[in-house]
Design a protein around this ligand. Structure first.
Ligand code: ADP
Length: 608
């Protein structure tokens, strides 16, 4: 994203206003707690300021009574310091988790946003990059949203202390206060300058780190071990490493150099302020001010100086992290939702899908995946979609399911233009199994049913049996109630790649939608398991329109038609016999695969 644009539209006031409103809506008591904390935390440093002056004043008297007063002062100091210190710490600690809850609410809001946004965003690299930045604002307790909430909670106390000490010291000399504020102004300026420098170069720095990280992972990941040795990649990797590290180093050298020069300005401002403070205090003491007052004012100046530094740091932090929160708000405010029509799901049992002169290229891409594609998938038909990798097989089903909109032409489902359907209704009409299987950290039955309640357990058992998973699930301690994965439950079950694929097929069967789509669902299965799924396929999709994507041509034997994709569209279409007779591309591919299988397995096309 354009950094200038971010800066131009970035309004810290608006960001903080929204954050405070959220806190007020969620937990208005936080403001009262912050008020009490502010008083306790602002009184605390004054105790330390008053103590040395009071002690010196009494000690200088040198009488028995003054010695007793010293004990009284020390005891009083400890009691008050303990009391205010306790209140301060207690309230700060107690509020910590409440501020974390505010952050978790933002985490939840962004998760909902992602799950509800239009699907194409999930495949758009530039969008993901932008989203990553927004997510940083919710990732930790100490930065972003929560970091700012913590600072906003503490800042009033620091500001109150600064104001009170400023007035106290200002009554002695406004010059000392002016010197301290000058120092603060320079510190804030230096820090803001440094930050904007780093922010400007953030993407460049991230790019260098990412590249270094890649080579680091490649060398530390043992799965690369064989390739590195067999192909002598070591020197190539080391050379790249050297280049990336050099790039990273020169960028950092440039940044550090500028930071160092800016740091000098800060140093000069601190010197001026110190000279003013000590010069004026010494002059006043020479002019008759007591040592006790000297000591008290010096402690006050040192405390104010520390508070100013803290305030500067807090302001810098809020400005810096506010940019991330601003990006989070931009993300949450952006209209990213699915844009569909209002047509409900069709009620005619199964689907007919017509691609009418469809052309398609991915958003942001110049290359057409399809040009003028005409294809009809009849009701109840089983269509095998074949073709080499990258031919557009998966894209075909993404269009059919309304995950992407066509660039030109029209897709109709049972005669209704696909864009007229309500998106949720559209998704409900498809049972799909994709190549990348995602098992969730739910129980087995929840994974199969895709929901938490109203699960038909008989159906769960039935579909698990259909895909041949009964035995595996029965061997789990909690059977279908067994939690999956180890993320939530340490005893969660892990399935093999093939078993996961079967579970995904079971999920599609449980859904029992009008149309079944299987996108290379057997890629992770061994030959036997694959044959088992093939054999059951007709049964699995009985009475439904089904699309079966595979680059293995053996899958075509139980399909009514075969559509072979190549280049920018449909290259061949027909039954297996028709395409074999045609002696075209399908025939060629079939012969190559058949030969391979025959040679390998001693069998013909049935052997996969
Ligand atoms: P297949 O399923 O036949 O292997 P795909 O449908 O996945 O092929 O991909 C077809 C073409 O579209 C490929 O060139 C692929 O690189 C490209 N492609 C796939 N997804 C995207 C995307 N999200 N953005 C841009 N191009 C894509």
């Amino acid at each position: 994203m354009d950094n200038k644009k971010v800066k131009a539209s970035y309004s810290l006031r608006a960001v903080l206003g929204r954050m405070l409103k959220k806190a007020a809506d969620q937990n208005p008591r936080l403001f009262a707690v912050c008020g009490i904390y502010t008083i306790a935390a602002a009184v605390y440093p004054f105790l330390a300021v008053a103590l040395p002056g009071l002690l010196l004043g009494e000690l200088q008297k040198g009488s028995q009574a003054s010695l007793e007063a010293v004990f009284g002062i020390v005891a009083g100091y400890f009691v008050l310091a303990a009391l205010f210190g306790f209140v301060r710490t207690f309230l700060n600690e107690g509020t910590y988790s409440k501020l974390s809850f505010l952050r978790l609410d933002y985490v939840r809001a962004s998760s909902v946003k992602i799950m509800e946004m239009a699907y194409p965003h999930t495949e758009d690299a530039s969008f993901l990059q932008k989203y990553e930045k927004a997510l940083i604002a919710t990732q930790s307790n100490d930065n972003g949203v929560e970091g700012i909430y913590h600072k906003l909670f503490e800042m009033p106390a620091v500001f109150l202390t600064v104001a009170a000490l400023g007035v106290f010291i200002g009554r002695l000399s406004l010059w000392i206060v002016a010197g301290l504020f000058l120092n603060l102004a320079v510190m804030v300026w230096v820090s803001a300058k440094n930050h904007s420098l780093r922010y400007e170069k953030k993407e460049e720095e991230a790019a260098w780190s990412r590249r270094i990280g890649y080579y680091n992972r490649a060398t530390c990941d043992f799965t690369y071990g064989k390739d590195i040795r067999m192909y002598g990649l070591k020197n190539r990797i080391l050379e790249n490493y050297r280049e990336q590290i050099e790039g990273y180093r020169s960028l950092n050298r440039m940044l550090s150099g500028r930071e160092y020069r800016l740091g000098l300005a800060g140093l000069i401002a601190a010197l001026v302020s110190d000279m003013l403070t000590y010069g004026i205090l010494i002059a006043r003491t020479a002019g008759g001010m007591s040592i006790a007052d000297f000591s008290m004012y010096l402690t006050a100046v040192l405390t104010l100086s520390a508070c100013l530094r803290q305030a500067a740091e807090q302001i810098r932090f809020v400005i810096q992290e506010g940019q991330y929160v601003h990006e989070l708000y931009r993300f949450l405010d952006e209209d990213l939702g699915e844009k569909g029509g209002s047509h409900p799901a069709v009620a005619d049992g199964t689907l007919e899908v017509v691609f009418d002169n469809v052309s398609f290229r991915y958003p942001g891409s110049e290359t057409y995946v399809f040009r003028h594609l005409n294809l009809t998938i009849q009701k109840g038909e089983r269509l095998a979609v074949v073709g080499i990798n990258g031919a557009g097989k998966t894209t075909l089903v993404k269009l059919m399911m309304g995950l992407f909109d066509v660039t030109e032409g029209e897709i109709r489902i049972n005669g209704i233009p696909i864009q007229n359907f309500d998106k949720k209704a559209l998704y409900s009409m498809f049972s799909a199994v994709f190549q990348d299987i995602n098992i969730m950290a739910f129980t087995v039955r929840e994974n199969v049913a895709g929901r938490l309640s109203d699960i038909d357990d008989k159906r769960v058992d039935h579909v698990l049996a259909q895909v041949g998973l009964t035995e595996a699930v029965d061997s789990l301690p909690q059977k279908t109630g067994q939690m999956m994965l180890k993320v939530i439950d340490e005893d969660g079950a892990l399935l093999s790649g093939g078993q996961s694929q079967k579970l995904a097929i079971a999920r599609a069967l449980y859904k029992d939608a009008c149309m079944v789509i299987m996108d290379e669902p057997t890629a992770a299965l061994d030959a036997l398991a694959e044959a088992e799924i093939y054999e059951n396929f007709s049964e699995l999709v009985k009475g439904k329109t089904a699309v079966y994507i595979s680059h293995r041509l053996a899958s075509t034997r139980f399909c009514d038609h075969i559509a072979l994709f190549e280049g920018d569209g449909l290259a061949e279409y027909g039954t297996h016999e028709e395409l074999m007779e045609r002696r075209g591309r399908y025939y060629e591919m079939f012969m190559v695969q058949g030969k391979y299988y025959t040679q390998k397995g001693g069998e013909s096309r049935e052997c996969v």
